[in-house]
Design a binder for this molecule. Sequence first.
Ligand code: 13P
Ligand code: SF4
Length: 364
Amino acid sequence: MKPADSSPATIDRLAADTVIVREYLDRVGQPQVLDAAAEEQLLARIKTTMHANNARLVAHYYVDAKLQDLAESTGGFVGDSLEMARFGREVDADILLVAGVRFMGETAKILSPEKTVLMPTLEATCSLDIGCPIAEFARFCDAHPERKVVVYANTSAAVKAQADWVVTSSIAVDVVEHLMEAGEKIIWAPDRHLGSYIQKTTGADMLLWDSACIVHEEFKARGLLDMRKLYPDAAILAHPESPAAVLQIADVIGSTTQIIKAARNLPNKDIIVATDKGIFHKLQQVAPEKRFIIAPTAGNDATCRSCAHCPWMGMNSVQRLLDSLTAMSNEILVDSKLAERAMLPLQRMLDFAATNQLKVRGKA
Ligand code: 13P
Ligand code: SF4
């Protein structure tokens, strides 16, 4: 069992996360930066190959801007995790190219077993997925059989198969509220910050797993307060994977899509954003007249580990997308029994989302 922790355990986990990230980056490396002309050539080849194979690209807001633009210009989609899942299932395509992290590819495959799902790299994982190994998690669930198991989408197919519900950040509070009204007690995994935010917002009885996102966990409340002094009229928008002290200062808390909507609709000209800086591409597109400022990640020692960009999202590149498409490599495969079981809580989430109006939380 790995319940939410005391501080020494948190420090151990942070150190372990740092080692894990370094290991991945040493092995796979961040993509080579190409000059504009070379990149344009690759993009043209990808478009032709996608067209010939009836392929669509589904991308997350955190990946390379070129991949986001490519998705939108070829009948694909850019969105948050929930929207990516929905689009992937509904789009009429033989091949789904998923630019994001591995759980997004697995979700796409579970929801569309008949489609071939390819990713630019299979190494793009997530610290939350790594932090929730199935054997330990299954023991945790077995110890509390009276509780409903609600897991974040940022988990392996095996962890999803263990769950009653899968949720994404855009829908988590609403689902837990719904369960609480039905008198249910909850096991929540893996993100402890999102878990305690949901707990605080709903008052639900929740046992929290102890894992965190290496990107959001680095946002600093003290630095944010200093930043607010520099930009007194700015609105602060935060993803709920951020620490509680950051969320307390935020004007709006929401998923990536909810952050983008709030940035467009708020009257503020200056917007401070506590989420991965890959989102700035879309923010600038939807509100070009506004100034977007990344929330501070470096503490007093002026160092940061991820520096507001997910190293795994960063592994997605135009070159790697072309390589996987031409070689039909990096295919996502999910064991069919596991997929069948994981489909149940995923389907529950999609049905719930279809019948409920999702809200943006916050003071704004
Ligand atoms: P969203 O569902 O808000 O896009 O979040 C996914 C994610 O990985 C955030 O770090
Ligand atoms: Fe996982 Fe955090 Fe990266 Fe999102 S930003 S994929 S939660 S490590």
